[in-house]
Design a protein around this ligand. Structure first.
Ligand SMILES: Cc1cc2nc3c(=O)[nH]c(=O)nc-3n(C[C@H](O)[C@H](O)[C@H](O)COP(=O)(O)OP(=O)(O)OC[C@H]3O[C@@H](n4cnc5c(N)ncnc54)[C@H](O)[C@@H]3O)c2cc1C
Ligand SMILES: *[C@@H]1O[C@H](CO)[C@@H](O)[C@H](O)[C@H]1NC(C)=O
Ligand SMILES: *[C@@H]1O[C@H](CO)[C@@H](O)[C@H](O)[C@H]1NC(C)=O
Length: 450
């Protein structure tokens, strides 16, 4: 991209998830004369909409194997704790890891190497159980090391998004409720804005810079814009993938015990899941084994992974394949076992996100489409950065992003290792059959259909 945008220019941000919302806020705050349009088909303060960032709750932790994300997450957590926009929606109940992949140990070592004053500990199973007897009937088999950080926790996702949406609109950003149809490309092939359909009325929003923050829709959106331009396409830099979640109710007499549970991650071959303790009398669970939805794209003449067309396939509902329901029920069982009787799954959700092969974000100016900026690939771990990620997008926009970050988040980069390896999808939703257990060597069990 040639030169920097003018601080009094017009910016069209497409997508009001973590990336788009945070970018709009930080852009208006650092450049009060910039005109900022924030475009999404659903309002940022609506709950249960089909965005990865809209959810019941999300985990907030700085426990990362990559010291760079650890530093970023520590900075974000300070805002979660202190800023009145976020702090009412942040709960620091601690997080326990029981796993065989060394994530806890890597985090523990990173805090030490970074000289961070942490309260995190490595615990034996006996020590973990003495502290959290609620997990005495969990499936501990295969856990190599347990790790506990009392300074991790979770956020009320829809509530925090709504609060930040209000704060962002208060800065003077203009929200437009509309579907973005495609980018507007001028005769030179540069981006001059976005064509939208606003309650059925089509119009163009012209902008000096267009910032595409459409998450799982990124690949499809670029393909729809100009399928004949292969230089514009995602081409493997990210893929739309989902993981299954559930919300469960429990008998009121269990509340006392469940309230003392931390966020719990089970990273053993038989589980791959997470749980978040009670919020509004519900428990939440994720199964981390992700999947794509490959589908022919007419314009491109090949298959790409696309998120659902029906909102019920990306919001809380019952509209979920049976096999996935069983996979997440397996997480529930292996987390609480029969020690907490009466837990009953109430609803399910496929959460669709853009995942990059190294799980690093993409925050970059498109190298061959002038005035287009991409901010995406939350890769199943981006939500916690809601308060801060936009600062980095704004820096990239104005050419001041620190070199290591610019390189890490570049559109064109070399792939060097993962932030979180297990998030890489290796199967398609249409191939998911009845759940027969995971195999020890990865993937579904030997006798599974999937
Ligand atoms: C199962 C699961 C669990 C996760 N758990 C955690 C967690 O515990 N902690 C954590 O930190 N992260 C977590 N994440 C990751 C986090 O949810 C994502 O990284 C983050 O929400 C991505 O935000 P986004 O802005 O890229 O996308 P989204 O939130 O999906 O936002 C994209 C927006 O673009 C809009 N849009 C798309 N196309 C169009 C169009 N054509 N016109 C108009 N609007 C459009 C959509 O409506 C949507 O609002 C999880 C992800 C998944 C899938
Ligand atoms: C843990 O799960 C595995 C796989 O399903 C199973 O074989 C084992 O018996 C379980 N262990 C416990 C203690 O539940
Ligand atoms: C998969 O893609 C098709 C489009 O080919 C879409 O209609 C459907 O909703 C998607 N399914 C899921 C579960 O995402």
């Amino acid at each position: 991209m040639e030169g920097q945008p003018s601080a009094t220019g017009t910016f069209a941000i497409v997508g009001v998830g973590v990336f788009g919302l945070s970018t709009a806020f930080h852009l208006r705050r650092s450049h009060p004369d910039a005109k900022v349009f924030l475009i999404d088909r659903t309002r940022g303060d609506r709950s249960n909409r089909g965005a990865a960032s809209s959810d019941f709750n999300k985990i907030i932790r700085a426990d990362y194997g990559d010291p760079l994300y650890m530093r970023l997450a520590l900075d974000a957590q300070e805002i979660w704790r202190a800023d009145p926009v976020f702090s009412p929606h942040y709960h620091e109940c601690g997080m326990l890891f029981a796993e065989e992949i060394g994530m806890g140990r890597a985090s523990f070592d990173n805090y030490r190497d970074l000289g961070v004053d942490t309260k995190s500990e490595i615990l034996s199973k006996e020590e973990a159980l003495a502290r959290f007897p609620v997990f005495q009937d969990a499936n501990w088999s295969g856990a190599k090391e347990n790790y506990f950080n009392p300074q991790s926790g979770w956020g009320e996702a829809d509530e925090a998004m709504a609060s930040f949406f209000k704060a962002t609109c208060d800065t003077g950003a203009t929200f437009i409720e509309a579907t973005a149809e495609k980018l507007i490309l001028d005769p030179e092939g540069s981006c001059s804005g976005v064509a939208i359909s606003e309650h059925g009325i089509k119009r163009n929003v012209y902008a000096d810079r267009t910032i595409l923050c459409v998450g799982a829709y990124t690949e499809q959106f670029l393909a729809n814009t100009a399928p004949e331009r292969s230089d514009l396409q995602v081409n493997g830099r990210l893929v739309a993938a989902a993981a299954i979640q559930c919300k469960a109710k429990y008998p009121p007499e269990q509340e006392e015990m469940l309230k003392k549970a931390p966020v719990h991650f089970l990273g053993m071959w038989h589980t791959h899941g997470e749980s978040i303790p009670p919020f509004k009398n519900r428990l939440k669970f994720n199964c981390e084994v992700s999947f794509t939805n490959m589908s022919a794209h007419g314009g491109l003449g090949r298959e790409i992974s696309v998120p659902p067309s029906a909102e019920s396939q990306s919001a809380w509902s019952q509209d979920v394949p049976e096999g996935l329901k069983q996979e997440v029920a397996n997480v529930v069982k292996n987390t609480y076992g029969s020690h907490v009787p009466g837990i009953e799954i109430e609803s399910y959700r496929m959460c669709w996100d853009a995942v990059s092969p190294d799980q690093d974000f993409i925050i970059d100016c498109h190298p061959t489409c002038q005035n287009l900026v991409i901010a995406s690939a939350g890769s199943f771990h981006g939500w916690k950065f809601l308060p801060t990620i936009g600062e980095y997008v704004v820096k990239r926009l104005f050419g001041t992003l620190e070199e290591p970050l610019a390189r890490k988040w570049a559109w064109n980069r070399e792939y060097t290792g993962s932030a979180c390896e297990m998030y890489e999808p290796t199967r398609d939703v249409k191939a998911i059959g009845p759940f027969k257990g995971w195999s020890k060597t990865g993937g579904v069990g030997d006798d599974a259909d999937g």
